[in-house]
Design a protein around this ligand. Sequence first.
Ligand code: AP5
Length: 191
Amino acid sequence: MMLIIFIGPPGSGKGTQAERLCQRLGIQHLSTGDMLRATIAAETDLGVQAAVYLQRGELVPDQLVVDMVGETLAQSPYAEGCLLDGFPRSLPQAEALDGLLESRQIEISQVLELEVDQPELIERLLARKRPDDTLATIKNRLQVFQNQTSPLLDYYGQRGLLASVNGNGTVDQVEDRVQSAMASQSNVSEH
Ligand code: AP5
């Protein structure tokens, strides 16, 4: 099973590039942000809990997303190949993912980091106008990325799984760089 992880700050293009890559590879796109927004729109108990965190730009509690991802990964067609967009986002989430994968004898194929300059991130997000794209929330999301998510770069880098991609430039330019990074990783092959 192919399992790719995208890591990058808010606005770095994870969702945009994930859609293109998943289409090309024929694998599923699992975005925890999209899943959480769906629970909020559906006004489920989980959605009511999650809404407060998204509004503030804080991470929702680890166990909540770990359970959500674990359930989804066990289902077809996700179990056949999947790109994780926005998960894991903290060390406890990464460790929980390792446990989930180990129990199913799945190995992470590659972790891709999208690097984008901060002024460009803020410009992209302010132009989009999602409810959590206010300047104050964007700044908090960037800080949360720095404090809680960026340690994962070392976590995966030490295991030789990480490739960093320059995410500045047009969507097509970044897509080309993502493809090159994938091509240079031997255990990720297209089918
Ligand atoms: P999530 O939905 O994951 O948001 P995010 O990480 O803040 O990322 P964004 O969706 O803002 O950006 P992106 O990198 O996907 O870029 P995109 O392609 O959309 O998470 C939202 C919240 O949910 C979190 O704050 C947290 O509360 C919660 N959450 C989610 N996962 C969680 C987890 N694992 N644990 C705990 N809490 C969790 O692009 C952004 C914009 O830029 C778009 O308008 C796009 O069109 C544009 N764009 C993209 N690429 C380019 C380009 N090359 N040039 C110009 N514009 C571009």
